[in-house]
Design a protein around this ligand. Sequence first.
Ligand code: NDP
Ligand code: 8X3
Length: 251
Amino acid sequence: MKTIFITGATAGFGKAIAYTFAQHAWRLILNGRRQDRLEALATELRNDYGADVLTLPFDVRDREAVVQAIRNLPHEWKWVDLLVNNAGLASGLSTIQEGDFADWDVMLDTNVKGLLNVFRCIAPTMVERGQGHIINIGSIAGKQTYLRGNVYCATKAAVNALSEAMRIDMLPHGIRVTQICPGAAETEFSLVRFKGDAERAKQAYAGYKPLTAQDIADIVYFAATRPGHVVLNDIVVTPLAQASPYYMHKG
Ligand code: NDP
Ligand code: 8X3
């Protein structure tokens, strides 16, 4: 039985990925900060799919907490087959010259340093075994910078570069590295970006059919289940109505 470790499993993509892999009888390690949501999800997955689930609540920005949580994994959970670095966020949508320092910190610390914190603790165990798969959730924002996207786009451009770096440095060790770069997907992403403004968040998905979290979970599962010699390096996926961050065809 294979083990998947998902960061940011309390909502959106991470939660849908958890359902999908539970349905396919993977063992799950689920991370996120909201422990109540993690426990509710774990209970549901155990009851509905008989899933073997371990919850690991920590903030990916808290390096010491990440190190301790992963170092103290029970022995039978130590060998992770697939790490999905999904936890992340956009905070704010202002011009760079008007940017908020706290927004910058939370995005850089979560999307870049948080991803590195978790990666650095898991990757050596994959190297030790000579197998494993890392899937990083990037974004079309990392491929093309858009108006007012500035620091969020920079964090996802960093994920793009880090995904390449991981693939290169771990090449001799048989580790697969995949980056998935979604366009607009309806999750809690915009609610977080607009700091709880539900009306503004709703507008982000008005007039077209956005991607769903399940669309991304299906792609993660497909990437994870290719034959061992096949690696999907980089996947860009948008709704039909979106050609790039700039071109959205609204009905
Ligand atoms: P959601 O807001 O729905 O989910 C984000 C998840 O990340 C939550 O489970 C949240 O859990 C977790 N998270 C945030 N900060 C931390 C932290 N410091 N430590 C641990 N977990 C954290 O958004 P999405 O599902 O849409 O986003 C998932 C990823 O996909 C992000 O990296 C995002 O940038 C990326 N993305 C999203 C797109 C979209 O349009 N939705 C498009 C392209 C990429 P909790 O708050 O409980 O910690
Ligand atoms: C999230 C998608 O286009 O709003 O990464 O940046 S976008």
